[in-house]
Design a protein around this ligand. Structure first.
Ligand code: HAM
Length: 435
């Protein structure tokens, strides 16, 4: 492989990739924590499939005629010649893992799994759209009844509420099943053939390979031309219709801003019946925060047993953008900042730091050779709750000076008094870790 030309200056990020810097971590943490809490409320267990899988699994699950498989996968031959891909989504790997380990036999009709982690799609980068992004993903397998759809959608709504996100709209559609979709597809193709000349080149191609995707085209002209296209809802078989109506009945919850959207088709091919997306204002054109749906038949398609399922994934970067718009979230500072005021203080402060950590208190040691003023400045900057000052006077008198940084008070304490106060603080003061 040719070596890229060495540019001057330090190396930089790949286009479409992003560093998650310490200031953003509290938002990611909040999303991950609430995901785990919500998963526990509904009995979901965590699963962590690998990031790299055989390419074939994504082609078979997501569909050959999708944008993801056609042009967005990071797919490459491994050194042994195997075709491998950095996962563009989580459902394929989770289903592969379930089938490979027979997890469905353990879980019976209620196999509920969730996962958190990075995904990779080589899309055109823009606001809210990255080439490496993170998803939280929920999958419920083994039950084809509409009450499971309602439960999964309610879980999504509850998760958003727990994050304090409001003003989100759930768009819902039914895409039918192999019984009713072929007739719909035929009618849609016939309609679209009449508009062929006006459609964008991508849609003209989709006309042959995946006509449903034409409905999802972001090109305003295509949108205009397909405004009067037949809707999947009008072609549903009695079973699909009854499933959809039962779901609508169950979802009449006051918390949910629900819109039936006959044009919602989703970008992955595995959906049957229920398909949904959660949209937010304020994210620009990439305003889908989450998307999902039912994928009955997918397990059989992969050579597995009948295993109906429904799930969704939410984009964590997009959730973080919404959370940041709501206000600052700061990581808690350490309980103690340890200030060495002279070279002899280093050893004792090192030992004091270790003792504090053994007792469960976070402590950050300042650098030697700083003035008292710069130590206090630094303690303030990292939001430490207290500073422990140790200089020649303290060492001579066998004590430490403890400064409460929010109250501005300070007291000289012997090591015994210091540790006694730690065990019985006036109010509990156990410190969080700085990250
Ligand atoms: P998806 O709609 O392709 O569905 O992705 C879900 C969410 O991931 C999107 O709503 C968006 O928030 C986020 N997302 C997707 N692409 C990007 C990107 N390039 N940059 C930032 N965020 C992005 C799925 O992935 C399905 N596996 C969901 C599912 C699970 N269906 C059933 N089970």
């Amino acid at each position: 492989m040719p070596t890229p030309p060495t540019a001057s200056g330090p190396p930089t990020l790949l286009r479409g990739f992003k560093d998650i810097l310490p200031a953003e971590i509290p938002y990611y943490r909040a999303v991950e924590d609430k995901t785990r809490e919500t998963a526990a409320l509904y009995g979901y267990r965590e699963i962590r499939p690998p990031i790299l899988e055989r390419s074939e699994i994504f082609r078979r699950v997501i569909g050959e005629a999708t944008d993801i498989v056609e042009k967005e996968m990071y797919a490459f031959p491994d050194r042994d010649g195997a075709e491998v891909t950095l996962r563009p989504e989580a459902t394929a790997g989770i289903l592969r893992s379930v089938l490979e380990h027979d997890l469905h036999r353990e879980g019976g009709r209620s196999l509920r799994l969730f996962s958190l982690g990075p995904m990779f799609r080589r899309e055109r980068p823009q606001k809210g759209r990255f080439r490496q992004f993170h998803q939280l993903d929920f999958e419920a397998l083994g039950d084809d009844g509409p009450s499971l759809d309602a439960e999964v959608i309610s879980l999504l709504a509850r998760l958003m509420k727990s994050l304090g996100l409001s003003g989100l709209t759930l768009r819902l559609n039914s895409l039918g099943c192999p019984l009713c979709r072929p007739l719909y597809r035929e009618r849609l193709s016939a309609y679209l053939a009449g508009e062929r000349e006006g459609l964008c080149p991508d849609c003209r191609r989709r006309l042959e390979s995946n006509p449903l995707r034409v409905l999802d085209c972001k090109n305003p002209l295509c949108g205009k031309l397909t405004a009067g296209a037949p809707k999947p809802m009008d072609f549903l078989c009695p079973e699909c219709r009854s499933h959809h109506e039962s779901l609508l009945g169950l979802l009449k919850a006051p918390d949910l801003d629900l819109i039936e959207d006959p044009r919602l088709v989703r970008g992955l091919d595995y959906y049957r019946r229920t398909a949904f997306e959660l949209h937010a204002g304020g994210l620009g054109s990439q305003n889908a925060v989450a998307g999902g749906g039912r994928y009955d038949g997918l397990s059989e398609h992969l050579g597995g047993p009948p295993l109906p399922g429904i799930g969704f994934a939410a984009g964590i970067e997009r959730l973080v953008m919404l959370l940041r718009d709501q206000g600052e979230r700061e990581a808690p500072g350490p309980a103690f900042y340890l200030a060495p005021l002279g070279p002899e203080a280093s050893g004792p402060l090192f030992r004091l730091g270790e003792e504090l950590r053994s007792r469960g208190f976070s402590a950050v040691r300042g650098e030697e050779g700083q003035s008292l003023k710069s130590h206090l400045k630094r303690a303030d900057k990292i939001k430490a709750k207290k500073a422990v000052l140790l200089g020649p006077d303290e060492l001579r008198e066998g004590r430490v000076t403890v400064k409460d940084l929010s109250r501005g008070t300070q007291s000289p304490l012997s090591p015994e008094e210091f540790f006694k106060e730690l065990e019985n603080p006036p109010t509990r003061e156990r410190g969080g870790n700085p990250n």
